[in-house]
Design a protein around this ligand. Structure first.
Ligand code: ADP
Ligand code: MG
Length: 224
């Protein structure tokens, strides 16, 4: 029941996460976080990395683990939040929404960085983060490094203020590995075929693309 109320996009647990696929990830650290002590202290977790590396899976798993311990959890994507804010402004219930989202002990905000935030949504997010500061935990996932938040929020001052509060009591987990989604596609031959098509020497060209992809991802996330 509580899992349904949390509005997870899917329900997956830590047991379903293949740590051997992300060897750079500290499994002991993730398991420690699943004990949900960070929630008791109002601390935040930031999961950063490129698409497909398991950020949402880990965020949901930690949410499910928290629910098992009787902690209230709500899951939103940042895109959902932007939609809600637009709707709430029309229906004059933004303050009520802010109040409601301040309540759960753990709020999961997924996919910061995929959609740009309009000014109203950015201000709402800032107020939400401020309200929850040291009181309610946030797990936030993002494909962007902190340095890029100014672009997402279109306001560098606001982005800095958000990060200031989010990061004060927090754990950042950087996932640098390969996309699990593409690995599955590659196994099925789809990804390989797509990349191989335009070039004659398909195999070597696709290998090169993958290498370039992973090194640029590393470059970005090393620069945090
Ligand atoms: P992200 O949020 O980083 O884009 P997801 O968490 O949505 O990635 O992962 C994409 C899909 O791959 C999901 O179905 C997820 O369960 C699965 N997945 C990702 N990483 C792993 C892993 N290490 N072990 C098992 N499944 C994984
Ligand atoms: Mg995701």
């Amino acid at each position: 029941m509580k899992t349904r109320l949390a509005r997870f996009p899917f329900v997956k647990t830590l047991e379903q996460f293949d740590f051997s696929f992300q060897p750079a990830l500290n499994e002991a650290q993730i398991r420690e976080l699943a004990a949900a002590r960070f929630v008791a202290h109002g601390e935040n977790i930031l999961l950063l990395g490129p698409p497909g590396v398991g950020k949402t899976h880990l965020a949901v798993s930690l949410g499910v683990a928290a629910i098992m311990q009787g902690i209230s959890v709500v899951f939103f994507t940042v895109a959902d939040l932007v939609d809600l804010v637009q709707q709430d402004v029309k229906e004059d219930r933004l303050e009520r929404r802010l109040h409601a989202l301040s309540k759960p002990k753990l709020l999961i905000l997924d996919e910061m960085g995929y959609v740009p935030l309009d000014q109203r949504s950015a201000q709402f997010l800032f107020r939400l983060i401020s309200r929850r500061y040291q009181k309610g935990s946030i797990i936030l996932t993002s494909n962007k490094s902190y340095g890029e938040w100014g672009d997402v929020v279109s306001d560098y001052v606001l982005a800095t203020a958000m990060l200031d509060r989010l990061l004060h009591f927090s754990t950042t987990i950087n996932i640098r590995g390969e996309s699990y989604r593409l690995r599955e596609k590659r196994k099925a031959g789809v990804f390989h075929d797509l990349t191989a098509k335009p070039v004659k020497s398909g195999a070597s060209a696709s290998r090169k693309t993958q290498e370039e992809g992973s090194s640029s991802a590393n470059g970005r996330y090393d620069g945090l």
